[in-house]
Design a protein around this ligand. Structure first.
Ligand code: ADP
Length: 855
């Protein structure tokens, strides 16, 4: 690396120096130089060609320079000869024919020293210094370098001085005096900056980078190399950019950053490939081989070193080939291909020796010795190792004065370094303590964070589980809510559609304090009260309850609340204050944990049912009564029929026996007739009532005068009274109101009515009178009456006696059908009948018969 670097930089600067001669269009000029007059021009052109080609094709450049020298000698032009010799010096330097370079340099030196062109002389010193350097002659190198510097300083040749400072730095670098080398590099850099020469500045940065790398300040190295890289990149100097990248890669390699090193070497390779620089390409391959070697990937290292050798041969660089073969030998040795190693090292050795690379030669001999040793060739190994050691010694030989100065300096430096190291050591200890503390803090923090993150994870997992539960619960809640809503809806519909009733829930604190929590809408229809009133107070309707039921309801309610028991009651309620309704309430009381008692129940209107029940009861009673009456009737009938029949049979038997005195015959026959009449009457009554109940009784209406009817009644009864009721008088008001009053009715039925009523009156009046008549107190009917002074009728029988078979005294004579027949006939005729009576005083039977309408 160091030799490569030096060569490149020196060549570039030489190139720059030569361009100062201002030779241009060399090829064009040579093409024009066809005669002797132009030989001088030809020399100039050849010199320019040398300048143009010495970097890319040093061998060609040598040829151009030799031609120039030849022509110059022919021309016998001292200046041209000297310049041609200088061109040969430079070209041979580039072609690494160092001895030749020195030889030509020495030849032109006297002429240049005499010449006024001090700049040219300075450049010669520079070239000779470089040449001596290349053969490892430190003394001569420094001699010419000093000369060059003095001259440049004396004549203010900034650029030459710049170049020389740089070269001096490079020389010191190769001598291993890195700190002095760095001083010169800085000087050179300052000059380059002052002269605004970025190319030199870049070269200085390159040198400083490599120096830093040697001083194990790899980060600084990379920093310097990056600076030069930017300059090369801006300058589009791809060749230098390639070398620069190789140097950066090498810095990364020594930092142990193999990946970065690989990347930079590959980048470097790309640039070299783009400009088709065989030397650059082989340099990059060599770097890649070294990277692989350090990664112990010897196979890959072998591949790259092979490529490197191939390209190195193309670059015609003997100097580099010595190095490449040396590296190839080293890699083969590591791959245990000792024969190959031997082969490569044996190729490298003469090249190194020929080019004066004493350090490389020593390294090659060392490796040769090792290889021979491994191969069991101990004599050869010994010889190589001895020579290597001798060479190393000679390389490190420094004259005594310098040695002493150096040792003294080294001693001072060492003391300084020791002091610094002590301070550094203390600092290190301090830093170590701080570092330790920091690590402890980081450790504690990381444990804390890990614990926290563990907890966080746990919390997160618990949260996730809770979320899952929450979502499950929400779903369940949704389902239940839906069910509840459905259920509520059903209950709502059910409660509100309850026919003639309402359900309710009342909360009681005690027997007296209650609040209606819910009552269904049927309440309004049920009670005729707005729904809100039910919610206001549970006792609001107390004053609407029938007084007979109110007490019982409150009693049951209190008992139910007290005993948490049921309530079941029918009570009467005044709907809209007037209409009495029957309500049936059923409820049950339960208590909650807070002591509140809930009365849940329903109330329905049972009025219709109640009335129906009452009717049913009445009908039942009536049926029972009727049954009882019928039984009584049958008993009566048998009695009523048997009595006259017995009389008829008895008297007729007496008559037919022939022993009865004659005067008794008439009386007995009369008795027989009388009983027959009675039987007939009884049968007529039964027939009549049967007809009436079968609705088969017909009326034959006709105009008849009321007076005539009354007279007929009187005529009918007079004889009967005389015979049967001598203690009773019968008064018939024949013309009491209007003698000419005529009514349109069934006379026979009307007389039958009078007959029944008057017979009863006579029958139940032991003494007094019976009176009958009529009045016209209404325009639409005639009012008849039959009054007696008999035994009278108790008020409770006033209605009942008009029912069939009903008698006040069931043992009294008679069928109990007469009044029933009378009432039914009058109803059919459009009239009515009622009785006014006082027991022991007498009775008056009133009845009306409608008058015919006037139209
Ligand atoms: P009866 O054939 O038994 O008389 P009625 O139907 O004519 O049947 O009379 C029914 C009952 O009414 C009688 O049994 C009697 O108790 C009572 N009654 C009817 N008329 C009179 C009256 N003028 N005074 C007292 N009681 C009477």
């Amino acid at each position: 690396m160091r030799i490569n670097l030096f060569r490149i930089i020196v060549l570039s600067q030489l190139s720059a120096c030569l361009s100062l001669y201002g030779q241009r269009s060399a090829v064009a000029v040579i093409g024009q130089s066809t005669d002797a007059k132009n030989d001088k021009t030809n020399v100039e052109a050849l010199l320019e060609l040398t300048d143009k080609t010495h970097r890319s094709a040093p061998a060609q450049a040598v040829e151009y320079a030799e031609q120039a020298l030849e022509i110059s000698r022919k021309l016998d032009n001292a200046e041209l000869i000297a310049r041609s010799q200088f061109a040969l010096c430079s070209a041979h330097l580039d072609a690494l024919n160092i001895q030749k370079s020195i030889e030509y340099g020495n030849l032109c030196e006297p002429f240049f020293e005499k010449s006024d062109n001090k700049e040219r002389l300075a450049n010669l010193y520079n070239a000779l210094s470089a040449s001596y350097f290349n053969i490892g002659d430190t003394k001569m190198t420094e001699l010419y370098s000093d000369k060059c510097i003095r001259l440049a300083e004396e004549y203010g040749m900034q650029e030459v001085l710049n170049k020389q400072y740089y070269n001096r730095g490079a020389i010191l670098y190769y001598r291993g005096d890195y700190s002095q080398s760095m001083d010169y590099a800085f000087k050179a850099l300052n000059l380059a900056k002052k002269n605004d020469n970025p190319v030199y500045a870049a070269a200085c940065y390159d040198l400083m980078g490599i120096l830093s790398q040697r001083m194990q300040e790899d980060r600084n190295a990379i920093d310097y190399l990056e600076r030069s890289r930017r300059i090369y990149a801006a300058d589009k100097n791809y060749e230098m950019l390639g070398y620069n990248l190789s140097n950066i890669a090498d810095a990364y390699r020594s930092l142990g950053l193999a990946d970065s090193a690989f990347w930079y070497f590959r980048k470097s390779l790309d640039y070299f490939k783009s400009i088709e620089s065989p030397h650059g390409i082989s340099t990059a391959y060599s770097g890649l081989a070294k990277c692989h070697k350090e990664k112990a990937d010897y196979d890959s290292a072998q591949i790259y070193i092979d490529k490197c050798l191939k390209m190195g041969l193309l670059s015609e660089s003997q100097k580099d080939m010595a190095l490449f073969y040396f590296e190839a030998g080293e890699i083969s040795f590591l791959r245990k291909n000792f024969n190959d190693a031997l082969n490569y090292l044996q190729k490298s050795l003469p090249m190194a020796r020929q080019n004066g690379f004493k350090e490389t030669e020593a390294d090659v001999l060392l490796h040769l010795g090792q290889t021979y040793g491994v191969m069991g060739k101990s004599d050869s190994a010994y010889r190589c190792l001895i020579r290597s050691a001798a060479l190393k010694d000679s390389l490190n030989k420094i004259d005594n004065v310098r040695q002493r100065a150096y040792l003294l300096a080294e001693h001072n430096v060492k003391e300084q370094v020791n002091r610094e190291m002590e301070t550094e050591q203390q600092k290190k200890v301090l830093w170590l303590v701080i570092l330790g503390l920091c690590l402890a803090v980081i450790l504690i923090m990381s444990i804390f964070i890990r614990t926290l993150s563990g907890r966080k994870n746990k919390i997160q997992s618990i949260n996730a589980e809770l979320e899952r539960y929450k979502s499950d619960l929400e779903n369940i809640l949704k389902d239940k809510t839906r069910e509840l809503v459905l259920s509520e809806q059903q209950i709502y519909n059910l409660s509100n559609n309850l026919p003639h009733g309402a359900i309710f829930r009342i909360a009681f604190k005690n027997e007296r304090e209650g609040e209606t929590l819910f009552v269904s809408s049927g309440w309004e229809e049920l009670t005729g009260q707005p729904l809100e009133t039910a919610a206001d107070s549970v006792f609001f309707f107390q004053n609407k309850i029938h007084p007979d039921d109110s007490r019982e309801l409150l009693h049951q309610l209190a008992s139910s609340i007290r005993n948490r028991s049921g309530l079941d009651l029918v009570y009467r309620f005044y709907k809209n204050n007037t209409e009495m309704r029957w309500f049936h309430v059923r409820a049950v009381a339960t208590a909650d944990d807070n002591g509140l008692i809930y009365l849940d129940g329903y109330q329905v209107d049972e009025t219709d049912q109640k009335y129906f029940e009452q009717e049913l009861m009445a009908a039942k009673e009536k049926a029972e009564e009727s049954d009882r009456l019928k039984s009584a009737f049958l008993a009566n009938m048998s009695h009523e029929i048997r009595t006259p029949m017995n009389a008829i049979i008895g008297f007729s038997s007496l008559l037919s026996g022939g022993q009865l005195p004659a005067h008794r015959h008439a009386a007995y026959l009369e008795l027989i007739q009388e009983n027959c009449q009675y039987l007939l009457r009884l049968i007529d009554d039964i027939v009549d009532i049967s007809k009436i109940e079968a609705e088969q009784l017909t009326f034959r209406s006709e105009d008849c005068r009321v007076a005539d009817i009354m007279r007929g009644v009187k005529e009918y009864f007079d004889p009967i009274i005389q015979n049967k009721y001598p203690h009773v008088e019968l008064w018939v008001d024949e013309s009491s109101e209007n003698t000419s009053l005529t009514i349109y009715t069934d006379v026979f039925r009307l007389k039958q009515i009078f007959l029944n009523l008057i017979e009863n009156a006579l029958k139940f009046t032991p003494k007094g009178f019976v009176r009958c008549g009529h009045t016209l107190d209404r325009a639409d009917s005639v009012h008849f009456f039959v009054m007696d002074t008999g035994i009278g009728i108790a008020q409770e029988y006033a209605e009942a006696i008009f029912q069939s078979f009903r008698k006040v005294d069931q043992h009294s004579g008679g069928t109990g059908l007469g009044l029933s027949i009378v009432k039914k006939m009058l109803l059919q005729m459009g009239g009515a009948i009622w009785v006014e009576s006082e027991p022991g005083v007498g009775s008056t039977f009133h009845f009306t018969v409608p008058l015919p309408s006037r139209n």
